[in-house]
Design a protein around this ligand. Structure first.
Ligand code: DAH
Length: 339
């Protein structure tokens, strides 16, 4: 049956419906759909105005049928748009997915070793004290009884800032700084950076780390020193490590020794790493020289002490089997991520 075209109050209802259906279908967002709804079904729309002007039943029914069809079309279109919007959101964000893993950082291998060293000393009842890196010549050399002619005082060995100021060449300065301001008994350790004019090589860098230990009390002997040292080395490297003590000279200790630890790689039988000696040189130690006590105002008749110092970077290299300590300073993530 052919549909009859209805014209109500000069409105071509069929053309209006076609136009409205077209606009509804073309609305690609909910905002556009709302606009279409207001335009074709709103209070001021042609359709509503026509409805208000209707006087006969037939026209009323025809117009209402159009209204209903348009409302249904809008609802359907709205559902469609909602669905596509949801789908788009879904593609962009799936809240049920596990989060992207965060890359976790960790402490630098040297920092890890420094913390371990601190823990060992704290376990022994020592106090960790900070000391400055920019130092006076007095604290770095004079107070430590270093002779004026000692080669380490040279500009070729030490970084001077001016005639009286330098970058500390060892953490032994921490001994002086502490003793100047405190009274014995003292059990302290200083850990930090030290500076020397060394050409970078697999075994040395111009900037490295040391730990310095100092014990001052009554009747301290070399045996106390060796006991503490053994404890430290075994806590650091394992119970099966051997320590070897050799006589040496340091101006701030008398007697002075140097100590070695059995090679971590071969256990002492000899390998490329320890240059077939079976031993690694760890640091220096000794009984505090009375001249040092006098320099800080301690009575050497009343007080005695021991001190030792060793390089942290070498400990870390040993522990991790790193053949070149410069690797600690290069910040190559491929290396650092392994620890
Ligand atoms: N300060 C020395 C150095 O840097 C290491 C050292 C040797 C420290 C003997 C000491 C010591 O406390 O008693 O080579």
């Amino acid at each position: 049956m052919e549909k009859r075209s209805v014209t109500v109050a000069a409105v071509d209802v069929e053309a209006l419906e076609r136009e409205a259906q077209g606009a509804i279908a073309a609305a690609s967002t909910r905002a556009a759909l709302d606009e279409a709804r207001i335009r074709y079904l709103g209070r001021r729309s042609e359709l509503k105005q026509a409805l208000r002007g209707v006087r006969d039943r037939e026209s009323g029914m025809a117009l209402n049928a159009v209204r209903e069809r348009l409302e249904a079309a809008i609802d359907a279109r709205e559902a469609e748009l909602e669905l596509t919007e949801l789908k788009r959101l879904d593609e962009a964000l799936d809240v049920t997915l596990p989060g992207a893993p965060l890359r976790r950082g960790h402490l630098h291998p040297l920092t890890q070793i420094i913390r371990e060293v601190e823990d060992i000393f704290l376990g022994l009842g020592y106090e960790i004290v900070d000391s400055r890196e920019v130092e006076t010549v007095w604290h770095n050399f004079d107070a430590l009884n270093q002779p004026l002619t000692h080669p380490s005082r040279s500009h070729r060995d030490t970084f001077y800032i001016d005639a009286e100021t330098l970058l500390r060449a060892h953490t032994s300065t921490g001994q002086i700084r502490t003793m100047e301001t405190r009274r014995p008994p003292l059990y302290i350790a200083t850990i930090g950076r030290v500076y020397r004019r060394d050409t970078p090589s697999p075994r040395s860098t111009p900037n490295f780390h040391q730990v310095e230990a100092l014990a001052v009390d009554r009747e301290i002997t070399l045996a106390d020193l060796k006991g503490t040292l053994m404890h430290f080395v075994r806590a650091m490297f394992g119970e099966d490590r051997q320590v070897r003590v050799r006589t040496n000279y340091f101006p701030f200790t008398e007697p002075s020794v140097e100590f070695d630890v059995t090679c971590f790689l071969c256990g002492g039988t000899g390998c490329v790493f320890c240059r077939y000696s079976g031993w690694f040189e760890m640091g220096g130690a000794g009984v505090v020289d009375p001249a040092v006590f006098e320099n800080v105002g301690y009575d050497p008749e009343e007080w005695s002490g021991f001190a030792w110092g060793l390089g942290i970077d070498r400990i870390a290299a040993q522990r991790h089997g790193i053949p070149d300590i410069r690797m600690f300073w290069e910040n190559d993530l491929r290396v650092l991520e392994q620890f």
